[in-house]
Design a protein around this ligand. Structure first.
Ligand code: SF4
Length: 358
């Protein structure tokens, strides 16, 4: 059936009239009064408090961010209901002074990176290790009295790394097992017997000779990234040096002849700190003030992806460039720094030394 526009309107008005009679609710409908500012007449605005209060906090505290890198940014945590809800920069660098009264520049601000901003997720993360855990095989090896084969090596069944479980232990147990292990290794590899073990295990004769008969010299301490967060860069290296105290007991030598353990330094090769320093001096350094870049006319980041690995310091490179510094990066890839350089020298990995020698 065809319905004309006029017929449709008639039917609609009749239907509406019928509804108003049958449904008093609809009969209450009124046309709105015209208003100039709808916000003045907004019926309910309490919901806005949710947005206003979501960033409110009960208290704040400052802390030194040290997840696994060397920047040690001073950050500010915001706490609500005893939970860190967010993290931000401290904006306190400009107030810092050294022992001579020199005041730092506020240009260090805002000092943090995306990792620091979400550090609270690491604090509350399900994968956070909250108590000491020990590799099951190592624990059993210690409990079995450190059994070893004829060449000094422990049986493989105790060293199934990556396959074994980790077991929870108390801090006292963790310290006790670690100390027992250090003492046993230092004793095992001390003197001529220890050197014979090392030779039987295939170590290069010059390496064996370099131990000078100190079993502590085969103890390796590596300040790996996770540990650096807890102990800072030199914590593990200091622990390595302190093994000289153990050597005085194991070999009965005086302090002049006592030798510590070995510090294995990953920073020397991944260039988060100046790699040339340990190559020249044999000792790593943490003195790496990238702020000085703005005083340079030519900056050569060699093997260093400064923008990606030194996030809070990357702005110094930008500011140096804005002051006219020329940047030539030497790298194995077209890195973030390379993309900001006047020239990028892309080397085949492993050919740096040849390049340096011309
Ligand atoms: S650079 Fe980032 S992760 Fe490193 S200390 Fe600073 S805020 Fe923390």
């Amino acid at each position: 059936m065809e319905v004309t526009r006029r017929q449709f309107l008639k039917i609609s008005v009749a239907s509406l009239g019928g509804m108003m009679i049958s449904q008093p609710l609809l009969s209450e409908l009124k046309f709105m009064t015209r208003i100039d500012n709808p916000l003045d007449f907004y019926p309910e605005r309490n919901w806005e408090k949710i947005y206003r209060s979501q960033f409110k906090h009960d208290y704040t505290f400052h802390f030194l961010c040290a997840p696994n890198d060397t920047h040690n940014c001073l950050l500010k945590a915001y706490v609500k209901n005893d939970v860190i809800t967010r993290i931000g920069p401290s904006y306190g660098y400009g107030k810092a002074t050294d022992v001579y009264g020199n005041q730092a520049s506020s240009r260090w601000e805002p000092r943090l990176c995306n990792k620091g901003l979400v550090l609270n997720r690491r604090v509350y993360g399900p994968r956070r290790v909250k108590y000491p855990m020990m590799r099951e095989g190592f624990k059993k090896w210690v409990e079995a009295g450190f059994p070893r084969g004829s060449n000094g090596r422990p049986p493989q069944k105790y060293f199934q790394r990556g396959k074994e479980n980790f077991v929870r232990v108390s801090w006292d147990e963790a310290f006790m097992y670690a100390a027992k292990g250090l003492v046993n290794i230092a004793n095992t590899y001390a003197g001529g017997k220890g050197q014979r073990f090392l030779s039987a295990q295939g170590y290069d004769p010059s390496m064996v000779e370099m131990t000078k008969g100190a079993g502590t010299q085969v103890l390796k301490f590596r300040g790996g990234m996770p540990l650096l967060g807890a102990t800072r860069v030199f914590g593990m290296y200091r622990l390595a040096n302190s093994m000289a105290l153990l050597d005085t007991h194991v070999r009965g030598v005086g302090e002049k002849d006592a030798l510590g353990g070995r510090g294995w330094d990953n920073y020397s090769f991944h260039t988060d700190l100046p790699p040339g320093h340990p190559m020249v001096t044999g000792q790593q350094t943490v003195d790496f003030d990238l702020v000085d870049a703005e005083n340079a006319g030519l900056i050569i980041p060699w093997g260093m992806n400064w923008i990606s690995t030194k996030m809070p310091d990357s702005h110094w490179l930008t500011e140096a460039r804005s002051k006219g510094a020329k940047v030539i990066s030497i790298t194995v890839e077209y890195s973030s720094v390379a993309s900001k350089s006047d020239e990028a020298v892309i080397l085949r990995p492993g050919t740096d030394t040849a390049y340096a020698l011309g």
